[in-house]
Structure formats: C-alpha cells, structure tokens
Ligand binder design. Structure first.
Ligand SMILES: NC(=O)c1ccc[n+]([C@@H]2O[C@H](COP(=O)([O-])OP(=O)(O)OC[C@H]3O[C@@H](n4cnc5c(N)ncnc54)[C@H](O)[C@@H]3O)[C@@H](O)[C@H]2O)c1
Length: 248
C-alpha cells in the first residue's frame, strides 16, 4: 500500500493509461480523483473503483477549460483535503481524435487548436491549478504524458500533437524548477506505441512489439513513489528502442 493516505488527481482517467493508473493507485491505497471529458465513462470508472473497495470520485472535466480544471482541484481538496499526485494523461493526436485525415496544410484550424489545447494548454492548466496546493503542502508529484512523437515529429495528422508533446518536456522542466524549492517534483513519461487500442501494434519498435499499458503505468507509479524522491525535471522514454534511430 505504497500510496496510502495519498490523494491523486488524474486527467483522461476514463480510459487507457489514465484509467489503469487510477485503478493501480487505488489498489495501492490512494484516494483517486478521476477526471475526463467523457462524463459517463468517468462516472462508471469511479463507481467501479469504489465497488472494488477503493476511494474514488469521478468529475467531468474538459482540460481546455480552466474553470472546469480549477473546480475539479477544489472538489478534490474539499473531498480529500490534499492533492499529492497529478497525472496528466488526457491527450491524443488531433487527426485521430477528431477523425480528420487531411494533411497539416489543409487541416481546419479547429483541429489544429484541439491538438495544442488538449495536449499542451490543458496540461499547463492542470499544473497551474494544483501547484499552489502542492507548494503549501511542501510535497507533491506531477507526471506529464509526453510521446515519442514529441521527439521524432510526425507528418501524418499529428503535427500539433508532436509540437505539444515536445512542449511538455519544457513544461516539465519549468514546473520542476518552480516546485523544487518546495519539495514538489515533476517528470515526463514519453511512451512509444502502447496497446490502449489495437492500431498501435502496427507502429514499429526495436523490440518488435508495442508496450502493454501496465508497462508504462508501472513507470508512472515508480516516479510517483518515494523510491523516485531524487528524480525531477526528467523525461523518460519508454519506447522499445523506437527512437534509437534507423526505424522507418
Ligand atoms: N497509446 C499510445 O500509444 C500513446 C503513445 C504515446 C503517448 N501517449 C499519451 O499517453 C496519454 C494516454 O494515452 P492513452 O492511449 O491511454 O489514451 P486514451 O485515448 O485511452 O485516453 C485518453 C483520454 O483522454 C480523454 N480526453 C480527451 N480529450 C479530453 C479533454 N479535452 N479533456 C479531458 N479529457 C480528455 C478521453 O476521453 C480519454 O478518456 C495521452 O496523453 C497520449 O497522448 C499514448
């Protein structure tokens, strides 16, 4: 129960790695605040964690709306009294998420905005909403989800996703600098392909497979834990060797 008495707020918690992180943190004793733009799914996810004996609330939040983000942080504080962990998992490539197959130079500006707003501005908003609480507590950990696309770039419908995920690395360093004098850490985890959906199996890696979601979540949980107490400001690639180079 390494997260007993810890309170974790997780964005994008209705599916994929956000949901699995919330479930694993709850299993390890954390009280979890699940947030997601998908209101029905986040309510079902929080119910299921409570059904398994965990302590969870589900809050509908669009990370592009600072008012909603701040209200969720306030609700977490009112319910549980503190916020120890923030996991910024909400995100996705704009072309896929908004079903837009056009090349970048033909993409509607709304699609471009979505890519930047969810994947970068939303993370800035969430950091802004909880950092003051963590500074007051003199402890806290923020984990941001990057991507190999932020290292390699992408010319196939994720140009803004790539820009946002690169930006997350700089944001992580800056939040780490803001938090370090107050005992607050911030790290970035940049996965290669992860099997949160079947299509990711087609992306090549040196290890010849995509990651199981639990492999990435295990790294996230390690960075959240006291075992990682001397780690901050760092970006962790977990990509099966994809970025070593030489892959087409
Ligand atoms: N799956 C991969 O292969 C992969 C690879 C690299 C990086 N990542 C990153 O890891 C993170 C999690 O990926 P996943 O595959 O588990 O995701 P997922 O697609 O399973 O879940 C993303 C969640 O974000 C939510 N979301 C979308 N827009 C939102 C908004 N405006 N406000 C709040 N929530 C919103 C969705 O409803 C969904 O529940 C993402 O940031 C993603 O970019 C994933």
């Amino acid at each position: 129960m390494q997260f007993e008495n810890k309170v974790a707020m997780i964005t994008g918690a209705a599916s994929g790695m956000g949901l699995l992180s919330a479930q694993k943190l709850a299993e390890e004793g954390a009280k979890v605040v699940l947030t997601d733009v998908n209101a029905d799914a986040v309510a079902v996810a929080a119910d299921a964690i409570r059904g398994n004996g965990g302590d969870a609330i589900g809050i509908p939040v669009d990370v592009r709306d600072y008012g909603q983000v701040e209200a969720a942080a306030t609700a977490a504080l009112e319910k549980f009294g503190r916020i120890d962990l923030l996991l910024n998992c909400a995100g996705g490539a704009e072309g896929r998420m908004l079903k837009c197959g056009l090349p970048f130079h033909e993409m509607p500006i709304e699609v471009i905005d979505w890519g930047l707003d969810v994947n970068l501005k939303g993370v800035v908003y969430c950091c802004r909403a909880v950092l003051g609480t963590m500074i007051q507590q003199k402890s806290g950990v923020i984990i941001n989800l990057g991507s190999v696309t932020g290292i390699q770039g992408d010319g196939y419908g994720a140009v803004n996703y790539s820009a946002a995920k690169s930006g997350i690395i700089g944001l992580t360093k800056s939040i780490a600098l803001c938090g370090a004098p107050h005992g607050v850490r911030c790290c970035c985890v940049s996965p290669g392909p992860v099997l949160t959906r079947p299509g990711m199996a087609n992306m090549k890696t040196r290890l010849g497979r995509a990651a199981e979601p639990i492999e990435v979540v295990n790294l996230i949980l390690y960075l959240c834990s006291d075992k990682a107490a001397f780690i901050t400001g760092t970006n962790y690639l977990i990509d099966g060797g994809r970025t070593i180079g030489g892959m087409d």
